[in-house]
Each structure stands twice: as C-alpha cells, then as structure tokens.
Design a protein around this ligand. Structure first.
Ligand code: PLP
Length: 360
C-alpha cells in the first residue's frame, strides 16, 4: 500500500463554479486564470475541463507553452507579458496574447517584425502600483502602440483591482471610475474584474472578467466562504490515520513538546505534513475531518505527519479517512488558522502528493 496522502480534484465542481461565473458576469467573456499550476489544481487537467473558457491567463511563457503542448487551442494571455524580447518568436508561433505594462516591452514590440499582429492588453495602473502604466503616461504609450505595426488593433485595455475583497469600498470605486474615465471613449476590449470584482463589483465587469480563486471554489472576500457564493471546493486534501496512542496526563506531543495532554487521552497520527504543503504554522485547534467529523489538531505539524486529539472519537481506527480541507471543511478555515489565504494554501501543495481526478 502506498502513502495515503492525496489530492482529489473534482472536475464537476470546477464546471459548476465556471457556470456561477457565467451567471454573475452574464454575457461577458471569461479569461480563466490557470497560472501557478491552476492554483495548485494541475494546469492541464483544469484547462482541458474548461472548454467553455474564452481564454486562459498564465504568468509566463512556460505556462503558456505547457497549455499549448497539452492541446489547448483557446487564446492564452501572458499576464506579465514579456520578460525578455527574445520571447517574441514563441509568442507569435503559439499565438499568445501579451499584457504590456513596461516601457521595455513597448520597445521590444517596436523593434520586432511579426508574421501577424500580436493581440495585446495595455495595462493601466489605476492604484494598485504593481503592474501597469501610470495614468499620466497612458496616452503617450497608447499612441506609440497604436502606431506599432507589430501590434493588433484595436488595443485591449486592462487594469487590476487592489482591494475588491475588502470593506474599504472607496478605493475600489476610485479605481473603477479612473479606469472608465481613461478607457470609455476608446475602442477595444476592456477587463478589470478578478473573482472579488466579479462577485462584489458588477460595475467592474467590463467586457472580459478574469476569475481565478472562485473557479476553484474558495471565496475571495475576506471572512467569507465559497459556499456563500454558491461555489463548490474543487480540491480535497485527504489522508489517513496511521497510528494511535493512549497517552497519560502530562505527556507532551510532537516536536518541541508544545502540546501537553490535559488528561489521559487518545492521540492520532495522520500521514500529512508541511512536506505535502499543509501549513506548518497553523494554530492548534484547527479542525480536520476524521470520518466526516471535526477533530482538533494538536502539537506541531511535522514534515510528513501531524497529530490530532481523538477524545471525541475514541473508536477511530488506523486507516480511517482524514480530510484536511475540501467539502465540509473550507480551505478558508485552515487559512484563517494559519494567518494566510486560501490562495497560498492551494498553490503550495507539493509534488509528492498523489492526485486523483474525479468527474461525477
Ligand atoms: C491580473 C490578474 N487578474 C486576475 C487574477 C485572478 O484573481 P483571483 O484569483 O482573485 O480571481 C489575478 C490573480 O492574481 C491577476 O493577477
């Protein structure tokens, strides 16, 4: 028998979530964000399942090539554009679209002779101060790209929301207004909304929406759960109980002996740890589901194992199923106990975890 730690990918849940995006952003085109190995879900399997996506968003040429090599024919947008001018040959060969956000990228396009015009998304910095041209520079860059033969016309326009997930609504209102002010009289497609924008900001939907996290079933809105937006978790992280100990009162559990048994009690060991991507810094008390019932984690998470308090389930046996997150235990809960986000937990599952795909 092999190590029982596994990731189950529920393709039906993914398709359901895609339909929810379509409902919320009715009539809009969809760039499904599959960067970072589709948020840890496996870029090939996710892209193949999303046949209805109008395009895919990736972070690099390499991720785009992986999609093309697995037979994906939809448009692919390189969300950080070119890192280097010598990527342009492959960009044209594989018909990638480019986000253009820096001067050196504009120069690279101006110096390149393409077999056909390259579709681009000119990115404007409306306040996030991560990628994009300053609004003061926008018309100058727009004019340069307009006169660049290598670039397909009309130019498409994009920006990114910095705080659409939070309660400070004023900042998002400002970003949306600035984007509209700069772009409303221009031709070309427009895109602004990530998952939080799709859920909470209908005025940001524009022509193309760019869902990432919500496709995978988690909520992008702080303090909320995917289920509240009718989303279903695509990823289940599971393992099994591999050892059970009856310990006396005062026994200390795990590295550093950070947890002490308050009474004589039963402790279970689960075959999963930070070497699989489960967060080492999660606080004690975070639930796991043992045989579908919550059970608190105790002691430090080690590389390959973690320990749980079996006082509420004294009949648990070796081989019993443990769910670390998935249906019934939102990844958002584990993220809150770990002072991180669902984004980080989903994307950091490691190579050694066996993946099983389910489509029912
Ligand atoms: C430019 C851009 N658009 C869309 C997304 C998708 O965001 P989310 O996963 O919050 O939907 C991202 C993700 O980081 C992004 O960088």
């Amino acid at each position: 028998m092999s190590r029982p730690t596994q990731l189950v990918i529920d393709v039906a849940a993914l398709k359901h979530n895609f339909l929810e995006v379509q409902k919320l952003a009715s009539g809009k085109s969809i760039i499904a964000m599959v960067k970072s190995n589709a948020y840890g879900h496996g870029i090939d399997r996710i892209a193949r399942a999303l046949q209805q996506a109008d395009a895919f968003g990736v972070a690099s040429l390499e991720e785009g090539l992986q999609l093309r090599h697995s037979g994906i024919t939809q448009p692919i947008v390189l969300m950080e554009g070119l890192f280097n001018a010598d990527e342009l040959d492959l960009v044209t060969e594989h018909r990638f679209q480019l986000v253009i956000h820096e001067q050196h990228q504009v120069q690279a396009l101006e110096n390149f002779t393409a077999k056909y015009p390259i579709p681009i998304w000119l990115k404007i910095d409306t306040g996030m101060h991560r990628l994009g041209f300053d609004p003061d520079k926008f018309s100058e860059i727009y004019a340069r790209l307009l006169s660049c033969e290598t670039v397909q016309k009309p130019l498409n326009l994009m920006s990114h929301l910095a705080e659409a997930d939070a309660v400070d609504r004023a900042f998002t209102v400002k970003q949306i207004e600035l984007f509209k002010q700069l772009t409303q009289d221009l031709p070309g497609e427009k895109s602004l909304a990530n998952s939080a924008g799709i859920i909470a900001w209908p005025s940001a939907h524009e022509d193309w929406v760019r869902p990432g996290l919500m496709l995978y079933g988690a909520s992008p809105i702080i303090g909320h759960r995917g289920q509240e937006h009718h989303l279903k978790p695509v990823m289940s992280l599971t393992s099994e109980l591999i050892a059970i100990h009856d310990l006396p009162q005062g026994a200390r559990v795990g590295y550093g002996g950070t947890w002490t048994c308050p009474e004589a009690m039963r402790v279970g060991v689960v075959a999963i740890g930070y070497g699989d991507g489960y967060p080492r810094h999660v606080r004690n008390g975070v639930p796991v589901l043992l045989n579908n019932r919550p059970c608190p984690l105790i002691g430090r998470v080690s590389m390959d194992m973690l320990t749980i308090d079996l006082r509420t389930q004294p009949d648990a046996k070796i081989g019993d199923k443990v769910l670390l997150w998935g249906p019934g235990l939102p990844v958002e809960v584990v993220a809150e106990f770990s002072e991180t986000t669902a984004y980080e937990l989903l994307t950091r599952i490691t190579q050694r975890v066996r993946v099983v795909t389910q489509d029912s």
